[in-house]
Design a protein around this ligand. Structure first.
Ligand code: SAH
Length: 194
């Protein structure tokens, strides 16, 4: 593994990530929203996450900036990054398939919204966010730059930290005891642990 190869892997995997999402986003987008917890706060959080997971690392891959934040390249860390990125893609694909039209980039409830509780949603209630955490970790391991590497964890971590309670509140408002029971049976991100 070399620094150039690590950057290529990062970009190819990022394109794959987007390709997995696109058809699901299109399909979900055609289903009307009936209730939403979107607002300025959500918009800011989404922008922060996009900056950390998208803009900063791509600027780095394209230009090498910021150069003063460069760190030494460790092939074994990058190898671990590839494994985590692959795991992230697999989990991400499973979650999109399971959520179907119930997916939204923000906090929405759609017409005929169903609470998904089985498959990958059987043990964990936010597996798509698990995929994002895995992806952000992979970014940190693949890109040998403190700023471009860690920006994903900071950006997504900010979105996650401020969104998760709101999302669960929206789910309780929509599904009531069904979601409360579901929460009791599941972990947030890591089966049995958290
Ligand atoms: N937090 C989930 C879903 C992320 S997509 C995960 O990490 O896998 C965000 C949208 O999913 C929200 O608009 C919310 O309405 C919806 N959602 C969250 N959990 C859901 C579930 N178990 N079943 C159906 N929709 C869900």
């Amino acid at each position: 593994m070399t620094p150039v190869l690590a950057k290529i892997v990062f970009v190819v995997m990022a394109v794959a990530w987007y390709a997995i999402r696109l058809p699901h986003a299109r399909r979900a987008g055609r289903t009307p929203v009936t209730r939403s917890a979107r607002g300025t706060r959500e918009r800011v959080l989404l922008a922060i996450s996009l900056t950390g997971l998208g803009i900063v690392p791509f600027l780095y891959v394209a230009t090498g900036l910021p150069r003063m934040a460069e760190r030494s390249f460790e092939p074994w860390l990058a190898g671990l990054g590839v494994a985590l990125a692959l795991a992230a893609l697999v989990v991400f694909r499973l979650t999109h398939k399971a959520l179907g039209r119930n997916w939204s980039v923000s906090l929405d409830v759609r017409e005929g919204h169903k609470l998904i509780e089985s498959g990958i949603y059987g043990r964990v209630r936010h597996p798509m966010y698990t995929a994002f955490w895995l992806w952000a970790l992979a970014q940190a391991l693949l890109l040998p730059n403190w700023v471009a590497g860690l920006s994903g964890l900071v950006g997504f971590g900010t979105l996650y930290g401020f969104r998760i309670e709101q999302e669960e509140r929206l789910m309780v408002e929509t599904f009531g005891d069904e979601y409360r029971d579901y929460s009791r049976r599941t972990a947030r991100l890591i089966p049995w642990i958290y």
